[in-house]
Design a protein around this ligand. Structure first.
Ligand code: NG1
Ligand code: ZN
Length: 547
């Protein structure tokens, strides 16, 4: 096929490493950066094809490995509305990445084009960006070769956060339509979210300084640009862990994942009671807050706390706005702390559902709700207003100034959030706006409910593909009988809950446990992890610290 005429020649420059299998998982391709050159080239080809399959809409490609080690890298595709790649195309990604020869690459392209009935005469349009990783430039060059091989109209956004790239894609594809999302530029991004923030906080008391741990990643320069754009006492920040130049610092002892996993402050931050802190991850799509209480103890405000804060605020606004049948719901994963789920159901009296791990699953569940708040406990999430919510807001006829104000605030909130994907910078502005409007400290926010003690462990096994789950990943259907063992262990502990699932991003099995006390929780976590190790081919050291 002539459309693929240049592919073999270009592909020969980016040979696939022998004996390596790539897989497009929850977060796209993710592995040691240096092994990904052929994959990036091929993702370029596929991004072009995907654009053609969408009649030339812009497709995004983000080169990042998020919170993972600096030597890792990865890549994921962004669909036209700024959402994650449609799931049915994930297997095409895996297929093309694993084609053994240059000719096979062309065969895979040809077969996808036929299956999807793609008009290859359409000019593909693709935009791409990368984070600060050292392997980024090399991988970007390979991607550019893939795009050139299919004559794509390709534009680089340089080094930006993952959610910024999602935002650009959505802006480009909605330009000049009734749902135009904004200017597809960095300046447009800061302007849109920054102005919505200022509209919400106007006239309120100014907050104290917010210390931001940027994980020594791309969030550091980007959040500073936001502050430079805003120049507002409402956004009084100091960025720490902002060294994106020195090798070996990205995500090390800092960042949202470190803070959430270790339940402690990052390097470079000593916590003063009364002060306010947050951490981004390496590509700035996750955020967690924290502070020291009056005894100096570390207190974490994770994705569950953010979800409950946001849901409470939205629920109250919707109630004041007095619009019929406009409902707020919350989507969580099984990793959500049990007390957050009880709080949403029993105190807020809002509907809540569990989705499988990975934001694309949460996103789809949230789309079914009028106003869907979704967050993973690790701090990755956002809010979606579905078309029915938007038309209810448009058609609302406020009867009082309070109703009109609440409706205006809902519009401003919608402008403040990145609807395409979880975004640390936009989520931070959202949290800040709510805290400013409520006049709350972090301790007042934290007071809504107390987390149950929880523990997340990793077990390395010979073959994690034998682990199969159901019930939003909370119940194992394979290996046989392992779930019965987990159930009998859980039954021993008051408020015990535990589940086992294979990781979608690492070669390991994750064990989560929570219970009424720290001791019970740890015993439960380690006994379940021990059972997994013994009965399902554990490798290396047995996890038995507490037994
Ligand atoms: P896996 O490795 O499948 O557990 C992790 C996170 C997810 C999600 C993805 C993508 C946990 C327990 N898991 O997935 O929530 O963020 O990475 O980055 O935090
Ligand atoms: Zn990330």
């Amino acid at each position: 096929m002539t459309s693929f005429g240049k592919v073999v020649e270009y592909s020969a420059k980016h040979p696939k490493p022998a004996n390596t299998t790539f897989s497009y998982g929850t977060a796209g391709f993710r592995t040691i950066g240096d092994t990904l050159e052929s994959t990036l080239f091929r993702v370029g080809l596929l991004a072009a094809l995907r654009s053609q399959s969408k009649q030339g809409k812009v497709i995004g490609v983000m080169i990042t490995a998020s919170h993972n080690h600096e030597r890792d890298n990865g890549v994921k595709l962004v669909d036209p509305m700024g959402e994650m790649l449609q799931q049915s195309w994930e297997s095409y990604c895996t297929q093309i990445a694993n084609a053994e020869t240059d000719d096979e690459v062309v065969q895979v392209l040809t077969s996808i084009a036929q299956t999807e009935n793609i008009d290859l005469s359409i000019t593909p349009r693709v935009v791409y960006a990368r984070d600060t990783r050292p392997s980024g430039p090399l991988l970007q060059a390979a991607l550019e070769d893939g795009l050139a091989a299919l004559n794509a109209n390709a534009t680089s956004y340089g080094v930006v956060t993952t959610p910024q790239l999602h935002y650009f894609v959505r802006c480009l594809n909605t330009a000049d339509t009734p749902v135009a999302y904004g200017e597809p530029t960095e300046a447009g991004y800061y302007e849109k979210y920054g102005q919505a923030f200022l509209r919400l906080v106007d006239g309120r008391s100014q907050p104290s300084k917010l210390y931001i741990d940027a994980a020594n990643g791309v969030g550091a320069p980007q959040v500073r640009k936001l502050a430079d754009t805003l120049k507002s006492p409402y956004f009084n920040i100091e960025v720490r862990n902002s060294d994106t130049e020195t090798l070996g610092k990205l995500n090390i002892d800092c960042g949202a994942d470190y803070v959430k996993s270790n339940q402690r402050q990052p390097a470079g931050m000593s916590l003063e009671p009364g002060s306010r802190y947050c951490s981004f991850d390496g590509d700035a799509d996750r955020i967690v807050y924290y502070y020291a209480d009056e005894n100096g103890s570390f207190r974490l405000l994770d994705g569950d706390k953010i979800a409950t804060l946001v849901a409470t605020y939205l629920r109250d606004l919707v109630s004041t706005a007095n619009i019929d049948d406009l409902e707020v719901g919350v989507v969580q994963t099984a990793y959500a702390n049990g007390n957050s789920t009880s709080y949403i159901k029993d105190t807020l009296k809002l509907p809540t559902v569990f989705a499988k791990t990975g934001v694309k699953h949460l996103h789809h569940e949230a789309e079914r709700m009028n106003i869907g708040v979704y967050f993973e406990a690790n701090g990755h999430g956002t809010i979606l207003f579905n078309p029915s919510a938007v038309s209810k807001l448009q058609n609302a006829t406020p009867q009082t100034p309070a109703e009109a104000d609440a409706i205006q605030r809902l519009w401003n909130l919608r402008d403040l959030i990145n609807e395409s994907v979880g975004d640390a910078i936009s989520d931070m502005l959202l949290v800040e706006a709510i805290l400013i409007c409520k006049g709350w400290s972090l301790a007042q926010w934290d007071a809504a409910y107390n987390d149950l003690p929880s523990r997340l462990l990793k077990v390395v096994v010979n073959d994690r593909t034998i682990f199969k789950t159901t019930n939003a990943e909370q119940t194992l259907t394979s290996p046989p009988e392992l779930q019965d063992v987990v159930n009998s262990l859980v039954a021993k502990y008051p408020r015990g809950r535990s589940f086992v699932r294979p990781s979608g991003t690492e070669d390991a099995v994750r064990v989560y446990a929570e219970a009424a006390t720290r001791t019970d929780c740890d015993q439960l976590a380690y006994s379940v992890a021990g059972a997994v190790f013994d009965r399902a081919g554990g490798r290396g050291e047995r996890p038995d610290e507490f037994l």
